[in-house]
Design a protein around this ligand. Sequence first.
Ligand SMILES: [Zn+2]
Length: 853
Amino acid sequence: MRFVSFLCLLFCISIDLVAQPELDYYFPSETRLNDKIPTPESILGFQLGERHVSHDQLVKYMYTLAEKSDRIQIEKYGWTYEYRPLLLLTISSAENILNIVELREKHAKLSDPEVSDKVDISDIPAVTWLGYSVHGNESSGANASLLVAYYLAACESNEINEILEDNIILIDPSINPDGLNRFSQWVNQYKSNVDISDPNNIEHNEPWPRGRTNHYWFDLNRDWLPLQHVESKSRIKQFHKWKPNIVTDHHEMGSNSTFFFQPGIPSRNNPNTPKNTYDLTAKIAEYHAKALDDIGSLYYARESFDDFYYGKGSTYPDVNGGIGILFEQASSRGHIRQTDNGLLEFPFTIRNQFTVSLSTIKSANELREDLLIHQKKFYTDALSIAKDDPVKAFVFDGGNDKSKTYQFIKLIQSHLIDVFEISSEIHTVGHNYKKGSSYIVPVQQKQYRLIKAIFEQSTDFKDSLFYDVSAWTLPLAFDMQYGEILEKSYKKVTLGEKLQPITLPEGKVSGKSEYAYLMRWNDYYAPKALYQLFKNNINVKVSLKPFTAIEGETFEQGTLLIPVQGQKQSSENIFKLINKIAKSSNEDFYPVSSGYSLSGIDLGSPNMATLEKPKAMILVGDGISSYEAGEIWHLLDYRFEIPLSLVPVNRIDYINLSRYNTLIMVSGNYSSLSESTMQKITRWVQDGGTIIGIKGGSSWLSKQDLAQLTIKKTKLDSAIVVSYGDMANHLGAQEIGGAIFNSKLDLTHPLCFGYPDDRLSMFKNGKLFFEKSTNPYNNPVVFENNSLQSGYISKENYQTIHNTSGVIISAIGRGKSICFSDDPNFRAFWYGSNRLFFNAIFFGKIINLNSVR
Ligand SMILES: [Zn+2]
C-alpha cells in the first residue's frame, strides 16, 4: 500500500486496492443458503462486483439456476435486434411453480371488472416484477439481478419461505441486453489489475453511442407507450399476461449523488393515475427507507423525477392497475470511482439495488391485500369514471393511408384497448368519418385511463416542469383525423365489429401494362416501394400536379409514374417486379395504357419530374445526438429497408463525397470539422448535393452559410419576481420539454406531397424557431397563431413560435439544404411527420429553387 501511495504522489493518479466482495457482503446477516443451488461465482468464475457481467454470462447463470431450483421457471420472451435473448424468470414456492398457470389466471381476474367482484383475494398471490438496467450502462441493476435470483432460489429462512408461498416474483434481469453488453465490454476491457478510481480513466468514459440505448440508439425507457422496438413489443405481452402489482425499474444516476426511490415530485403526477397509486408508493417507500437505513446507505425521495409520461417503465404500471417504482443509484461507471461522497465501489451500488429489490418483495408480501384491492378497484373505478365522462368515444379516420392506420390500430390493441368498426358514417363538426377507413374507441372499457392518456390533448398543467415530454397524443403523432364523441351523438352511433388483431393489407397490381404504372404517395410505406424500384434500376418520375388517368381515379401531386418503355427490363419482368414490390411494401399499383389523361397533366408532361435514387449518409460519432441519428438509422434501415451509411464525423476529411447525393446532419457539435472539410462539403452541395439538417444540424448549417435562414430569438420570461431558490423551476419552465403544435402545409410543395390535408401536428422539444422566409414559395410548413395542441409551453415561447417556419430550403449552387427546426422522426412514433423527412430525401432534388433566394 505504501508503494501505491508513492505512485499517487508521483503521477497524481489514484490507485486504490479494494477488498473483493464476499457473497455475505450483499446478503442480510445470518442468511441460511441451500448449497445445492449454484452461486453466481461458481458459474461465472468471479464474484459479482469484481467485474461487469456480460449478457451471455448472465443468461448462462440464469438458465443454470432455473435448472437447479424448483422455485424458478425461465422463459425467453423475445430477442433484441442483435439477437440476444430477453429473459423472464418466474419465482415462487416450488408448489406454486407447479400450479403457476392457474395462479396467474386467478390473479388476472382482478384486472377484469366483469368478474373481479367474485374473486376472493385471500389466496391470490401478489405479483412483483423486478426490471433491471433498461439503460444498459446503468449496470448495477442487471448485476444485482443475479444476486436476487440466487438469493430467492437458495435462501432457506422462514421469512423467504413465507414470502414465496404468497408471492410471485418475476425478474426481467436485463431489459436492454444490447446496451448492457456494449457497456460491460467497455468497462471490462479497460479494467486494470489494480483498481483505478480516477474519473478521467478510460474505463469510466465509455465512447459514443454509449450503452444506455438499444441497438438503434433508442432509449427503451421511453418506449413503453409508443412500443416501436422489438424489446418493448415482446415485453408488453408479458406485462399484460402477468398484470404485476409492483414493477421496479432499476437505474443509475450521476456519480456524486446517492440513491433515489419513488415517490417523485408530487405536483408532477399524471392526473390519469388514481391517488391511491401514490399513497401505496409512499407506503412501499417506507420499506426501502428502513432497508437502506439498516445498511447505512444515504438516499432521498420526493425531490426528483416524476410519474407523468406513461412511456417509462416506472409510470406505465401506474396506468395499468399496478405501482411502478423508480430506483436511481449513483453510478460507479466502472469498478470504482472517486466521487464527492468518497470512493464509490461497484459492489456497493449492486448491494443497494439488491437491498431495495428485497425491500420491494417484502412490501409486496406485507401489503399484498392492499395491492390486490387497489388493482381490483383500479379497474372497477375506471368503468364508473368512464360512465360520468361526457366524452363517450374517440373516433378516428385513417383516410387512404392503410399502412399507417394499421400501425396505429395495432399499437392501441397492444395496450389491450378495444377498437371497433363503425357501422355507418359519423358526422362531426370538423369531419365526416367514413365506414371502411374510420374506427371508434368507446371509453367505457377497463383501459379507460390509458385511452384518455393516449387520445386526450392537455394544455393545462399543475406544474410547468416535466422530467420528460409533456405531450404524446398518439392520434396527433400519427396525423390521424380524430375527434371526441359526446353522449348525445354517441347514442346515435351503432358500433360495428370489434377488431381482432389485424394484419396489414397486401398491396395489389390491378393488371399488366405495356405503357406505364402509377403508384400514389399517400400510404406510409410508399418510400419503401420507391426505393425497391430504384434498387432494381427502374426509372421513376413523380407528378408535380394532380391528374386523372383512369376513370374515377384522381392522382394527386406526388404520384409515382413508372413508364414501361425506356427501362432496362422487359415489360414482363417489370410486371413481376411490381407485383413483388406491391406485396412487400403494401402499396397498390395502377396500370395505364395511355399517356393522355382524362384531366390534368399528361404522363409525358414537363410536370412529371425524374427522380434520383438516394445515396444517403449521416454523420455520426462523438458529439452528435445519437438519439436523432439513431431514429433516422432505424427509420431507413429497419422500417423502410433503405441503406444509410453511418459515417464517423472524424472520417469525413478522408472520404470521397461523390459516392453520396444526400448528407444528413442532426444536432451535434461539428466544430471538429476543419476549414478544408467545410470547403469540401460546400463544393459538394454546390455540385448538386442535398444536405438535410435536423434541429441543431440546421443551426450549424446556417452558421456555415449553408442555409439562408434567420433564427428567431426567444425572450426569458421576466415578469415574475423570482428568488435564487426558484431558479431551477423558473429556468426549467422556459424550456420546451416536448409539446405538440399544429402546422399548416403547402400541399403543392414537393416537401408536402402525399399529405391528405394541410394540417400536420409537429412535435417540438427545443427552442429553435425559424423566421418565415420572405419568399412566399419557401414556407412549406408554418406554425400559425394558436398552434399549441397539447403540452406545456411558456407564454414567451408560445409568442415566439407564432408565424415561424418548420422547414426552410436554401439554394446553394446546383444543390440545396433542407433545414428542419424540429425532429420529424422523434422516438420512431411520429408517423405523421416522417413523411416530411422522406420527401426531403426523395424529392429534395426536384424542389424548384429558381426563385428561392
Ligand atoms: Zn436510467
